[in-house]
Write a protein that binds this ligand. Structure first.
Ligand code: GLY
Length: 463
């Protein structure tokens, strides 16, 4: 957690931006796996944590956007809680840790909202992404759960504030990347024939949890890299395969996330074929990172990655034709079918719970309808303080290649016989986390092996 006045300043800025009405922010509850007492690891709502600091279930915050007053709502520990789970801070202590002047029991929230409604005040809530929050907000607002309407002014104010990171937030993201460095080096050491994907995934997670952290999303550890979100399985690694590891963690005590992807040659040496694709993806990533600067549209950087990859695919004989036309028509999306990256912060896809279009497009850009390109999560102009992942990739997905070939799609632009030769290769994605500075950018965190010879050396170090 940051110093208490950080949270007070954030709330004051939010109240100012919303300018009138009552803001209600719900913290997350523990989510049961199969019965109430057995729950998934707790993850706090990003916006709640940003304004209230507290990383515990069952809390709520109101901010009076007229007076600036704030109250934290929560249940005190019962003797049963204290016996079974141990001592925990009182709600008043949690409030004062974030300079919140008042605290109250959870039931008081209903009365506060009802009084504000009776007085004709606007109640501002964020779009709920959990069903139980939708139900609770419906009860508070006196409407059916499906009729809960988020406040545009609040949502836009939160997005504007949280998208721009302060130096102390950047430092927390860098802490999470420093742990991710250990996670990915561990994966490289473990990328040896005879190991299973499960073992590598477990070691990655252990590198985080043994440092007081936890994963920011379920790790992707696979030789089936052509499936961008493929999870680890029982597959036994074989020399000559590529192991893709896409994993991040959260900074202990603050919750800020990292998100890094590397690809390791199992056994320690990239083949010529591996290098053809690895070097091309690295070239695209480095070109896009070099282009990161205030005023540059992330959509243009996505196009830069597409064109760089498409040009390389033409050289490899996989695509045929003029690069600009191939990209305009979308032929390259057979091999690159996701966006260049996304904002990173307290959420690994930062703020996405508030609406991907609202965060990533707003009034500045419109989402493409083209397969692949439409998965670009952020297309706006970059500004100082934005933290973005930059993660181009190339994939040889048998299902997609077979489908498009059978449909005759891009028949003149794709050499399907050649593409078929690459089925079984897997995929390559290379991802770093990049801060937009006043005059350019900075790749955050320590250097994590990325040049092919550095990755090879890291893998060979574990043999
Ligand atoms: N790194 C996983 C994702 O961005 O979806």
């Amino acid at each position: 957690m940051f110093a208490p006045d950080t949270y007070a300043a954030r709330r004051a800025a939010l109240a100012d931006a919303v300018s009138g009405g009552l803001i209600v922010l719900l913290g997350n509850n523990a989510a049961p796996m199969n019965y109430a007492a057995n729950h998934y690891p707790f993850r706090q709502d990003g916006s709640f944590r940003y304004y209230a600091g507290a990383d515990a279930p069952g809390l709520a915050l109101t901010i009076d956007a007229d007076s600036g007053e704030a109250t934290l709502y929560g249940r005190e520990a019962t003797i049963e809680d204290r016996v079974w789970d141990g001592e925990r801070p009182s709600v008043a202590d949690r409030a004062s840790a974030a300079d919140i002047p008042d605290s109250a029991p959870p039931d008081a929230l209903g009365g506060v909202v009802a009084a504000a409604r009776q007085a004709g005040r606007t109640i501002h809530v964020l779009p709920p992404y959990r069903a139980e929050h939708r139900i609770r907000l419906g009860n508070l607002l006196g409407v059916a759960p499906e009729a809960v309407e988020a406040s545009d002014v609040l949502t836009d104010a939160v997005i504007a504030q949280r998208l721009v990171k302060t130096p102390q937030e950047v430092s927390e993201i860098e802490h999470a990347i420093a742990i991710a460095d250990e996670m990915h080096r561990t994966a490289m050491w473990m990328a040896q024939p005879g190991r299973t994907e499960f073992e590598v995934a477990a070691a990655i997670e252990s590198a985080a949890t043994s440092r007081g952290s936890y994963l920011s999303f379920p790790a992707i550890v696979t030789t089936r890299g052509e499936v961008p979100h493929h999870r680890a399985g029982s597959h036994v690694l074989e020399a000559g395969e590529l192991l893709l590891h896409d994993a991040g963690c959260v900074a202990p005590n603050s919750g800020y996330a990292s998100d890094i992807t590397r690809v390791s040659p199992v056994g320690g040496t990239f083949s010529e074929r591996h290098r053809a694709i690895y070097d091309l993806v690295l070239k695209a990533q480095e070109a896009c990172i070099a282009g990161c600067a205030p005023g540059v549209s992330f959509r243009d950087l996505h196009d830069l990655s597409s064109k760089t990859l498409a040009a390389g695919l033409v050289d490899l004989g996989l695509l045929k034709g003029d690069v600009d036309e191939l990209v305009a028509e979308g032929a390259h999306t057979l091999f690159f079918h996701h966006g260049l990256g996304h904002p990173l912060g307290l959420d690994v896809h930062d703020l996405e719970g508030l609406g991907e279009d609202r965060v990533g497009y707003a009034d500045e850009a419109s989402r493409s309808t083209q397969f692949g390109t439409k998965f670009l999560r952020f297309a706006r102009e970059l500004r100082p303080g934005h933290v973005m992942t930059v993660e181009p990739g190339l994939y040889f997905n048998a299902v997609l290649i077979e489908l498009w070939r059978s449909e005759g799609r891009y028949a003149d632009a794709v050499d399907y016989d050649e593409a078929q030769q690459w089925v079984g290769f897997g995929g390559v994605r290379i991802e770093d986390d990049v801060l937009i500075t006043d005059d350019g950018h900075r790749v955050l965190g320590p250097p994590i092996p990325k040049r092919p010879e550095d990755v090879e050396a890291a893998v060979q170090g574990g043999a």
